[in-house]
Write a protein that binds this ligand. Structure first.
Ligand SMILES: *Cc1c(COP(=O)(O)O)cnc(C)c1O
Length: 381
């Protein structure tokens, strides 16, 4: 990946001037910092950022500049990356399965909080020298709907096991906390209500007062033009549910958004390599920055323009979108309406692509040469 420090105002200005044949991910620092402020001003607790959604240094740098004080990290490489940019930021190591050598790296970097969902992993923290007084958050999972896909399928103890783990966290001398993740792109605030109520039950059954409750990521981004994700409604629900479930002994709240923090700050430019019948052959696909689309569904936030930046305004006709590799799986979901005056070498700008795009690019078939560029604004005007 190459990072271009472009001083173009918008993606259109960049595309017109540079004529790139590779896909380009445009980042708007202004949008990113505005989103960070929305979380910092609106969320009733500590806001951290889940690094895996987009670990770009420009992303992390802008979040630090906006005042994000902590990061959810999942590996030694993410820990080292954040530490290289922010020696004092709080690191929350919330991948609940870790090797002994990974734990040693975390201890060396002064990780402030670990999550666990199994007895063996909790005992491993103690055996590998995680100091007493460190926070250990017990992660639990419920069969709750509302998200694009369910994180509970992989991680999270049952409420019964979580109760036993919370008791053991205190016995080992760690600061007790609880955590959950409602699943990514969770549009239903009621998912948080259900989890927070259950967290209070677990605390009560264990006879432990958790110092903090981490309500995860999962906050929704705007995937389609008609969506209006209601972060404020979720923040309010989280605050209200915590008061009503815990009363006077409410834990301090933490959140760790990935997608909702960074999605809107990125737009991806694709190029049309060829048009064949209703097929459109693109320069990026499911092995590149569009890896998530087959799982999450297609987005309709597409803007088509000629190489000179002129918007294509023709009537929409349904097209089949293929990625650049020779693999027939490399296709975007559904039939996608695109202007009928679209031509070879046109650009398609996909908005809302800042999360889970740069992070999953492979070099399969020799593709994956994604460019990164910074712009002042993603929209025209
Ligand atoms: C991936 C992840 C997140 C971020 O999830 P989003 O849906 O992108 O907000 C937060 N916390 C943990 C533990 C994760 O694994």
């Amino acid at each position: 990946m190459t990072v271009t420090q472009a001083f173009h105002r918008t993606p259109r200005d960049y595309l017109r001037a540079e004529g790139p044949d590779e896909p380009v991910l445009f980042l708007s620092p202004e949008t990113l910092q505005a989103t960070a402020r929305r979380f910092l001003d609106g969320f009733p607790g500590l806001v951290t950022y889940a690094v895996k959604a987009n670990p770009g240094e420009a992303v992390l740098g802008n979040l630090l500049a906006a005042g994000i004080p902590g990061f959810d990290v999942a590996s030694p490489a993410e820990i080292a990356l954040v530490r290289s940019l922010a020696p004092r930021a709080a690191l929350h190591y919330n991948n609940p399965v870790r090797s002994r050598s990974e734990i040693a790296v975390a201890v060396g970097h002064g990780v402030a909080s670990f999550s666990v969902d199994a007895p063996g992993e909790l005992e491993k923290l103690a055996a590998c020298g995680v100091p007493r007084g460190t926070e250990v958050a017990v992660r639990f999972a419920l069969p709750v709907a509302g998200a694009a896909y369910d994180f509970g399928a992989k991680f999270g103890a049952s409420p019964e096991l979580a109760t036993a783990l919370l008791t053991r966290v205190v016995e080992l001398g760690y600061r007790p906390a609880l955590t959950f993740h409602p699943g990514t792109q969770c549009t239903d605030p009621a998912a948080w209500t259900a989890y927070i109520a259950r967290a209070a039950d677990i605390a009560q059954a264990a006879g432990v007062t958790p110092e903090r409750l981490n309500v995860g990521g999962g906050f929704p981004a705007r995937r389609n033009a008609a969506d209006s994700p209601r972060l404020d409604a979720i923040f309010e629900t989280v605050a209200r549910a915590t008061r009503s479930a815990f009363g006077g002994s409410a834990p301090a709240l933490v959140c760790e958004p990935g997608r909702a923090m960074v999605a809107e700050a990125g737009s991806l430019a694709l190029r049309v390599k060829a048009l064949r019948g209703d097929g459109v052959y693109l320069n990026d696909g499911i092995y590149g920055a569009l890896a998530e689309l087959p799982i999450m569904g297609m987005t309709d936030r597409l803007r088509v323009m000629a190489p000179d930046g002129t918007p294509r305004t023709g009537e929409g006709t349904a097209r089949l979108l293929w990625g650049p590799t020779c693999d027939s799986l490399d296709r975007l979901p559904g039939m996608v309406p695109l202007p009928d005056d679209m031509a070879e070498e046109d650009y398609i700008l996909v908005d809302g692509m800042g999360a889970y795009s740069t992070a999953t690019v492979t070099r399969f078939n020799g593709y994956g040469g994604l460019r990164m560029a910074t712009v002042q604004a993603l929209a025209e005007g």
